[in-house]
Write a new protein. Structure first.
Length: 133
């Protein structure tokens, strides 16, 4: 407990003395959470980079189709669910900014926005099928 209090006091002292650096570090942690941390042992592997890149791409595609098809405007349940996803993602990002942007936090994010991923992939498949026929 005493050792922890000493480190906590030192950390708060450094933050008060270097607010700009502390803010920049927090923003970097958020960026690391939402992108690929090439310096991470597990996060820098080719398999992880490929899978997480696909995941982020599918998320962007899902968000595009949700907005284009006005899903959150036509269904109150979808609007509530979308709001909960956004709230969870903001909470996890803030947690990573305060503590550590670990790859396992990315798994928590993926779990909550997985329906958007699925919707985006489904919409792409439907578009591809419609073009072929």
């Amino acid at each position: 407990k005493v050792n922890s209090d000493i480190h906590t006091r030192e950390a708060w002292k450094w933050i008060r003395e270097n607010p700009a650096k502390a803010a920049l570090l927090s923003l970097k942690k958020a960026a690391i959470l939402w992108t690929i941390d090439m310096r991470s042992i597990m996060g820098g592997t080719a398999a992880y980079i490929l899978i997480y890149s696909f995941t982020l791409s599918a998320l962007m595609i899902g968000i595009f189709f949700v907005r284009r098809n006005h899903i959150s405007k036509t269904s109150t349940n979808a609007k509530t669910g979308f709001g909960m996803m956004i709230l969870w993602c903001v909470l996890m990002t803030m947690l990573a900014m305060v503590f550590f942007p670990l790859p396992r936090f990315q798994v928590l994010l993926i779990g909550i926005y997985f329906p958007i991923l699925g919707y985006g992939i489904t919409q792409l498949i439907e578009r591809y099928k419609n073009r072929r026929t």
